[in-house]
Write a protein of this length. Structure first.
Length: 377
């Protein structure tokens, strides 16, 4: 890990932030005006119990949207993040510090294709490394209880649930496929089964553009409890790029499982992602990665605040602590504006090094403090 600072918000993103906040304020003013004109609703109808969103479509419908035309809907997300890290050396020398700033702008497009299918695309700008890219772009055909999605999208491996600014270490398994086909079978509201075939970024030595597969199962016994299992034939296809040259001697499969529950005041989640075999290309202490993450959230009654506690552990993950824990506070400043602040402490059990002035320094643990401002529009 290198102790370097990155540029703060670009002028482009700063202007987008000002625009988003202005639009948010205008929208809230219009909403208040409309509310004054409408008769008062029954209090019981205004209070909605916490629930788990069962599908990506439900998550999208619950968020903020702007209908441009009857066939085009837009949504946006702007995030600015600041992170400070303090590394404690094993030799008890002076602490090393690093600070980074970043901003992202994400715009989603949902297109109704003549009632025959839906097209969905997500375009994102990231200030580090200062470029635009397409995160997802796919077309979905639905014929109940079947759903077929074609294009660039994430495989069904893992949920990667987390409320902190810093993502959980188990994100090493997250896989975005450039070319893929996902077939989902959902006969009722209780479960979905998804089978995917995709073109992976990795391939066997001497081969190019190999196709792999994944399968995922999710169940919702109620609106307050969910669990799932998933499997992927090749972990080296993950966005983490565990293999530098994207070529392997043999495939290493990966599996994931999660539990997610919610009550009126609490939310809990537990998830694990684990390689099921060893990478022959990697060093012995890094050839079979595994990580799990547990979080408990408390919703303060009658307050726009959430408190979250995290406990996570990893094994054989390069540059990641073996044990990490911390707390975060989420403050809902507005329906569209959210502030998240966190503290995390990571402990290294095996050798891990930070680079300071071209010298490698063994690290014992790292303290991380981060803040993120999120604007939805």
């Amino acid at each position: 890990m290198s102790l370097q600072s990155h540029p703060v918000f670009s002028g482009f993103v700063a202007r987008c932030l000002m625009l988003a906040v202005s639009l948010s304020a205008m929208a809230e003013l219009m909403a208040e005006t409309e509310k004054d004109d409408e008769p008062e609703a029954d209090a019981a109808e205004e209070i909605e119990a916490p629930r788990i969103y069962r599908t990506r479509e439900e998550q999208r419908e619950a968020g903020l949207q702007t209908e441009i035309t009857p066939w085009l809907t837009l949504s946006g997300l702007l995030e600015g993040e600041i992170e400070t890290e303090r590394f404690i050396p094993r030799d008890r020398g002076p602490a090393l510090k690093a600070r980074s700033d970043s901003a992202t702008l994400q715009v989603g497009f949902l297109v109704d294709l003549f009632g025959l299918a839906e097209g969905e695309a997500v375009v994102e700008y990231d200030s580090d490394p200062d470029k635009f890219f397409s995160e997802e772009a796919f077309v979905t055909f639905e014929y109940e209880p079947w759903e077929l999605s074609l294009g660039k999208q994430f495989t069904p491996l893992g949920l990667y649930f987390g409320r902190f600014v810093t993502g959980p270490m188990l994100e090493f398994g997250e896989t975005s496929a450039r070319k893929s086909a996902l077939l989902t079978y959902g006969p009722n509201d209780d479960f979905d089964l998804t089978i995917a075939t995709y073109q992976g970024r990795s391939s066997e030595l001497g081969e190019d553009d190999e196709w792999d597969w994944a399968i995922g199962f999710e169940a919702w016994p109620s609106d307050r409890f969910s669990f799932g299992l998933s499997y992927q034939s090749d972990l080296s296809d993950a966005d983490e790029r565990l293999l530098e040259d994207d070529h392997y001697i043999k495939r290493v499969p990966v599996a994931s499982a999660y539990l997610l529950g919610i009550t009126d005041e609490f939310e809990f989640s537990l998830e694990i992602v684990a390689a099921l075999d060893d990478f022959r290309e990697l060093e012995k202490e890094l050839d079979r990665p595994l990580a799990w993450n547990a979080e408990v959230a408390y919703f303060f009654p009658d307050q726009d605040l959430d408190l979250i506690i995290r406990l996570e552990k990893s094994r054989e993950l390069d540059e990641e602590p073996e044990f990490r824990y911390g707390a975060a506070i989420i403050w809902y400043l507005d329906r569209r504006i959210i502030l998240t602040m966190e503290y995390l402490r990571g402990q290294f059990e095996t050798d891990s090094f930070a680079i300071e002035k071209k010298e490698e320094i063994a690290i014992r643990h790292v303290n991380t403090m981060s803040a993120k401002l999120t604007v939805e529009f």
